[in-house]
Design a protein around this ligand. Structure first.
Ligand code: ADP
Ligand code: MG
Ligand code: MG
Length: 888
């Protein structure tokens, strides 16, 4: 069985489509090798070995040793050096690489193969003693940290290697690592090793082969460290994917001023703009850029560069040209924006990694639209490139440009969007505060992969150190969390839990606001405003509309919600809940009088008060939805939601006075209406059947409003929807009322309005007898919230916590109230659609549960042949995109 794949000298055994086996990094390294891009030679150990490792008590397949030795020999031949050879040593990196990139989650060790003997070989070969010891001390540091676990014990403790390094710099009176001499670095190696020996009680491993296998095991082990597990949980990646290990010849960016290392994006990952964007450091090794040790230089001046700073195209024009050429090649080859790592060793360029770059939601849309324009991809591909959930971020508020603000600092615009929150200084505080329902902004000198959970709950992230490709920036963009990075104008003081910016002191718990698009920090809470759908985003959504066949409506109860949804592209209202209108202001009093009245006259009196109010609501909504259908559901919730609490004397006395009854009479009435299980009690059409006057009043309000606005020239299309029908006879009776009132009102007004009467399918019995019900209904709307509740027999109001535990322990794959349970509830939906259409081929079918805005559920609705989905206004664009993707 083949466990090891070689790459080098222009030929690789792997390819880009072997990500599952070779991991993303390994597969793309192989691909780059094969298309003629300079990549240092090496080999990839497959993810199967990782799976084997965990299945077999952390041991390896028997064949592995020999296959590694064989591949290593090939690398040695290509490189003309030998691993462990004291006169001509080959040094390698040991790099992790899962199927999908998990930035900074897994560990990598550089310069493997160095010891007190081989370092002499490096000196002899390069004639550069300083470089050799610089590589050596980095190796001891990294290897001890990653493989041997020698590191800071907790997040507020200093890194033990950093402590020794700082002491050395202080002793030498220098500021930068680069100012230390060869002798200083040599001493550091010894001091590091002594510290490691003391901490572990055993010496640092000197034998190169031990180092290599130690590194390989560490990468496999790193698949199961907590931060990697957290990352997988957050992103929903399975545990059994495993990681590959890449062993690759080292190239050195730290061999002097003709050497450098950098990371770049083929387009701007923040905005999506089409220019070459990147950062580099001269005389440095790869991890320096990402870790934010020194502030890196931009590779070109397209978007300006800090004063006094040179750029790669100025410092090394020939190499920049070559790199820009590789950018072209990679974009044409992958047809997507790439995130690349490169190293220049003494004037020679090497590529170390490429992958589809993470980008902000705004950049995702812009890049997709631009690439269609450039002929790199077609519209269908563009639509598939953007996750529906991603565009959620484009629909949410930004800082109001007109709002007053006090700017206290500026840094890099690392991840766009507005964040307003209270300051905390550690990831664990972030988690604790967020758990208390607080909105927090995580402020750190820099972030590390251990901070991932805290970052995930933060409204925004602010760091004082690091560039646009620092950990904080990359992770924040991936999460869609606003971030200002490298904000050197603030001084973070962990010990006192505060930071200072200019003269301002901001303490833990103080409010600040961030503008991640500008990279600015403001004191206090700055107001936010709604965004607009324009430009690339509008064009992109138009393509989604061309592609999708499923309609998208909205759930809206007010003219304001209706017009927000219309702006977001809603094609009608799929659910207008009339009961929400009953809770406004003084209306609830009339509603209570209506419910509590013993005789028809009192009830009619109360209803008469409600009629004009309801009519006005519908007038507003009909106007807002001019030309589009509006589905109005008659009264649905259980009675108790409207009733006063018997202990609330103020409410009871007020009602008693209004109704001319005693408080005791009111209380007795309320108690007589109490139900043991209200969700299965007098609700939905059952209410309208007990009190037909209610349905009658609502129908009157709907059709009077419809006639009124029709006279104004507004095109109205009311669809009256009867909820919670379980038996066709329930619908028959309610429908008769609606039809009668509609005809009466239209006759009186002298206007004719087209309308439909239909029902919700939200009880299993309704789905199972949909063929009978469809004889009375002109449309079905699946109320999947109740249908899920009644199918599972799980109260949706009481089981949130239990369901979270079910999902965590794997009893259920996901929360069925969030994403439709296709196997169970979905079957009822399917039966409902099929039976309904069997008697009425033209039956209009939609969904109006929360699921209508969930991309996976939208996909299901498409497959089951619905006409439309309906969701909350802010999810309308998400549903439009999900519907387009479902059609592809
Ligand atoms: P990550 O997935 O965390 O980015 P990488 O395996 O890509 O980890 O490595 C971390 C850093 O080390 C990167 O900057 C990378 O470019 C650099 N690096 C890895 N292997 C080599 C090598 N063989 N020569 C030079 N630099 C390397
Ligand atoms: Mg990398
Ligand atoms: Mg319902």
């Amino acid at each position: 069985h083949k466990y090891v794949y070689f790459f080098g000298a222009g030929k690789a055994e792997g390819a880009a489509d072997m990500k599952n086996l070779l991991g993303g990094k390994g597969a793309n390294i192989a691909e780059m090798t094969n298309i003629g891009i300079p990549v240092p030679s090496g080999f990839t150990i497959t993810t199967e070995v990782c799976t084997y490792f965990y299945d077999h008590g952390r041991t390896y397949p028997a064949e592995l040793k020999a296959q590694v030795a064989e591949a290593l020999a090939k690398v040695e031949a290509v490189m003309g050096a030998k691993f462990g050879d004291p006169t001509n040593p080959l040094l390698v990196s040991v790099r992790s690489g899962a199927r999908v990139s998990m930035p900074g989650m897994m560990d990598t060790v550089l310069n493997v193969g160095l010891n007190d003997e081989t370092v002499k070989g490096v000196i002899a070969k390069t004639g550069n003693e300083r470089f050799a010891y610089d590589a050596y001390r980095r190796f001891v540091n990294m290897y001890s940290d990653v493989v041997l676990g020698v590191k800071a014990a907790h997040e507020k403790e200093e890194d033990p290697f950093e402590v020794i390094l700082e002491k050395k710099k202080h002793a030498r009176g220098v500021k930068l690592d680069t100012e230390l001499s060869a002798q200083d670095l040599k001493e550091l190696v010894a001091e590091f090793k002594a510290m490691v020996n003391e901490r572990l009680g055993k010496p640092f491993p000197e034998a190169p082969m031990d180092q290599l296998w130690g590194g390989i095991s560490a990468v496999f082990e790193s698949w199961n460290i907590p931060r990697a597990k957290s990352y997988r949980q957050i992103h929903g990646f399975p545990e059994d994917w495993g990681t590959a290990v890449n062993v690759q010849s080292m190239v050195f960016g730290n061999m002097g001023d003709d050497s450098a290392t950098g990371v770049a994006f083929t387009r701007d990952p923040s905005t999506g703009e089409n220019y070459f964007y990147g950062e580099y450091l001269t005389n440095a090794q790869g991890e320096d850029v990402v870790a934010g040790i020194r502030t890196p230089q931009p590779i070109n001046r397209t978007k300006g560069a800090p004063e006094g700073m040179r750029t790669l195209d100025e410092e090394m024009p020939e190499l920049y040209k070559q790199l820009a050429g590789i950018r072209e090649t990679l974009e044409k080859h992958y047809r997507d924006m790439q995130d690349i790592e490169f190293t220049i060793q003494q004037g020679r360029l090497w590529m170390l990694q490429t992958r589809n770059g993470k980008r902000t939601p705004a950049a995702a849309v812009k890049i997709a639209v631009d690439m269609v324009g450039e002929g790199l991809i077609d519209k269908q591909t563009a639509i598939k490139r953007v996750e529906p959930e991603q565009i959620n971020h484009l629909l949410h508020p930004m800082l109001d440009p007109k709002a007053k603000r006090v700017k206290i600092a500026a840094g890099l615009p690392a991840s766009p969007g507005a964040a307003v929150g209270q300051v905390v200084f550690s990831a664990s505080d972030a988690e604790a505060w967020a758990a208390d329902g607080k909105k927090i902004i995580l402020v750190r000198v820099e972030t590390s992969p251990d901070d991932i959970r805290g970052m995930n709950v933060a409204e925004g992230i602010l760091t004082s150190r690091g560039g646009m490709t620092s950990h904080a920036a990359v992770v924040a963009r991936g999460m869609g969390t606003p971030c200002v990075a490298g904000c050197s104008e603030i001084a973070v003081d962990y010990a006192n839990e505060q930071f200072t910016a200019g003269g301002v002191v901001v303490k833990q718990g103080d409010w600040i606001s961030l503008d991640g698009s500008k990279g600015e920090v403001y004191q206090g809470q700055v107001a936010k405003v709604e965004p607009k759908l324009t430009g690339d985003f509008a064009a992109f959504m138009d393509w989604a509309d061309e592609i999708r066949t499923l309609g998208v409506r909205t759930n809206a109860d007010t003219p304001h919600d209706a017009s927000v949804a219309r702006n977001f592209g809603a094609e009608g209202i799929g659910l207008c809940r009339t009961e929400h209108m009953f809770f406004e202001g003084e209306r609830i009093k009339a509603v209570r009088e209506m419910i509590l009245s013993d005789d028809i006259e009192t009830r009619q009196k109360a209803l008469a008060k409600l009629l004009p109010m309801q009519r006005e609501d519908f007038v507003g909504i009909f106007r807002a939805m001019d030309g589009l259908p509006v589905t109005i559901r008659t009264l649905d919730p259980p009675l108790h939601e409207f009733l006063p609490h018997v202990d609330n004397d103020k409410d009871i006395d007020g009602l008693a006075a209004d109704m001319g009854l005693s408080a005791a009479q009111i209380k007795a009435k309320v108690e007589s209406l109490a139900e043991m299980n209200p969700m299965l009690g007098t609700r939905g059409c059952r209410l309208g059947l007990s009190f037909p006057e209610i349905t009658e009043m609502q129908a009157r309000a709907i059709f009077e409003a419809a006639c009124q606005v029709a006279k104004e020239g507004v095109k109205v299309i009311p669809e009256v929807m009867i909820p919670l029908v379980g038996h066709v006879n329930e619908l028959k009776l309610q429908k008769a009322i609606v039809l009668r009132v509609a005809e009466e009102v239209m006759a009186a007004a002298g206007v004719k309005v087209d309308y439909l009467v239909g029902t919700m399918i939200e009880l299993p019995r309704a789905a199972l007898t949909a063929d009978q019900i469809a004889q009375e209904a002109q449309f079905f709307s699946f109320g999947t919230n109740d249908l899920t509740q009644t199918t599972f027999g799980l109260s949706r109001d009481d089981t949130g916590k239990m369901l979270a535990e079910y999902v965590a322990s794997g009893i259920l794959p996901k929360d069925p109230f969030v994403s439709i349970d296709e196997e169970g509830v979905g079957q009822l939906v399917r039966i409902g659609v099929e039976k309904g259409r069997s008697v009425n081929a033209k039956l209009k079918v939609g969904i109006c549960g929360e699921h209508g805005g969930d991309p996976a559920s939208v996909d299901f609705c498409h497959r089951v042949g619905m006409n439309y989905v309906s969701c909350s206004p802010y999810r309308v664009p998400i549903a439009r995109l999900a519907a387009a993707q479902a059609a592809l």
